[in-house]
Write a protein that binds this ligand. Sequence first.
Ligand SMILES: NC(=O)C[C@H](N)C(=O)O
Length: 326
Amino acid sequence: MTQSKKPRVTVFATGGTIAGGSESNTDTLYYDSGNLGIDSLLAAVPEIHDIAEVSGEQLLNVGSHEIRGSDLLNLAKKIQYQFENDLADGVVITHGTDTLEETAFFLDLTTQFDRPVVVVGAMRPATAISADGPLNLLQAVALAASNTACKRGTMIVLNDRIHAAFYTSKTNANSLDTFQAPEQGSLGYFLNAKPYFYFTPALASHKPNFEVKNIDSLPRVDILYSHQDASADLLELAVQRGAKGVVINAAGSGWASPALEAAATELTEDGFPVVFATRTGNGFAIKLPEQGIGAGILNAQKSRVLLMLALASGYKHSRIEKCFTH
Ligand SMILES: NC(=O)C[C@H](N)C(=O)O
């Protein structure tokens, strides 16, 4: 941290419900995501300026289902630039919650600095009665401004909780307490707007790190869902259409249908990465090396992010396997 009186926090806005608007203040479903610009978001919480010197930049203003790989790369590079040039002590990203965990995980795997990176969203649009966005944003800025938040990886803030991006997922389509890591729990809580951590700084075990500086684009990686009687047709099509890797959201500890298993074994023989995650939402997916790659504790969408980064970094099969194997 610098010697300046207040810590400097840069807010990058990308849209989502936190910037959402509707004509009705009881509407929490059919609103426009990405309606308000960054100036309105910041103006709704003037208290942030008591905590930090805040500056903001509008990167996108979309529902998070529209976020693309190129946006992730751009965002990661912007954050890197802030820290490399000592322009900020912490960074906040406002984001839609639907794919927030993917962006937060991407940032967690690509940051080269100990300074806090905080991804924040909301479940109720800014126009709703009891909108949760303003308090979430205040808490996110307070967290990014706090030196107690350093060396903890990328964090997610919603509903008074501080979560580790590595482990946390959106678990409910509608409720405010949607971000959860049932096995690992949360990192801490907010008392008013002050972050309170349960433990001293720690990082997720076996977290790989990727340097985004030299990555210009991310390769296509598809996710396929396994179920009873699943055919291998979509897997074959994905490969034909140019996927460089595939994640199968498989049953239990990594079991796909016989047709998918057979096709994955053939692809694995050719050195094509097929990662098996568990569709249960918790626990480890494991695989024998000849069958494919077990995603371990990562869900399918996080496995996809990791596989894209590993492929973009030029990793070969055995090194990719090591990124997933705990
Ligand atoms: N709560 C939200 O932010 C959901 C919204 N559809 C989004 O992800 O952009």
